[in-house]
Design a protein around this ligand. Sequence first.
Ligand SMILES: C[S@@+](CC[C@H](N)C(=O)[O-])C[C@H]1O[C@@H](n2cnc3c(N)ncnc32)[C@H](O)[C@@H]1O
Ligand SMILES: [Zn+2]
Ligand SMILES: [Zn+2]
Length: 161
Amino acid sequence: MQIKPWVSDAVEVKKSGMEGKGVYSVRDIKKGEVVGVFGGIVMPEEDIETLKKTVPAEKLNVDHAMYIYPGFIMLHDYINGCDPLCFVNHACTPSAHIENGIILLASRDIPAGEEISWDYRKTDNVGNWTYEFDCHCGTAGCTGKVQVGPQFRSKVPVASN
Ligand SMILES: C[S@@+](CC[C@H](N)C(=O)[O-])C[C@H]1O[C@@H](n2cnc3c(N)ncnc32)[C@H](O)[C@@H]1O
Ligand SMILES: [Zn+2]
Ligand SMILES: [Zn+2]
């Protein structure tokens, strides 16, 4: 299934202070305002492994994917290429969040010129898909690393007696 993305004219893509490109506000955005609706190609998470055998890694770009429901991933449109929402970075204390699987909303008032982010762990830590990267969000409470996947969810020590 393919979903066409929608992006508010309140945002633009430019070079990020965190990593690569990011999405920034071009005007003040009100708390609760919809910043975008994610689009892409929806599939059961295991289908990504099949695609990896035929689609070149730089085209598939699995970094540009998200869970929309446990077990179901939406991968960016790897046939036609990136859309602006591909470039929303993670922050540990983010300015936005996702509701209903694909709707990106401002979590607070966002002034013009700020990078828009959401906490990837709130959406992606629900399946077998695993990734880890050093976080450069620079927000208060940054945990230093972003870790998603089953092995990270089972890190809580279990008492032996
Ligand atoms: C959906 S992409 C975001 C756009 C990315 N910056 C780009 O230019 O393609 C997700 C990837 O961006 C990087 N990223 C996102 N948030 C980050 C952060 N807070 N610190 C460091 N890297 C980050 C990670 O490599 C992650 O796998
Ligand atoms: Zn993309
Ligand atoms: Zn962080």
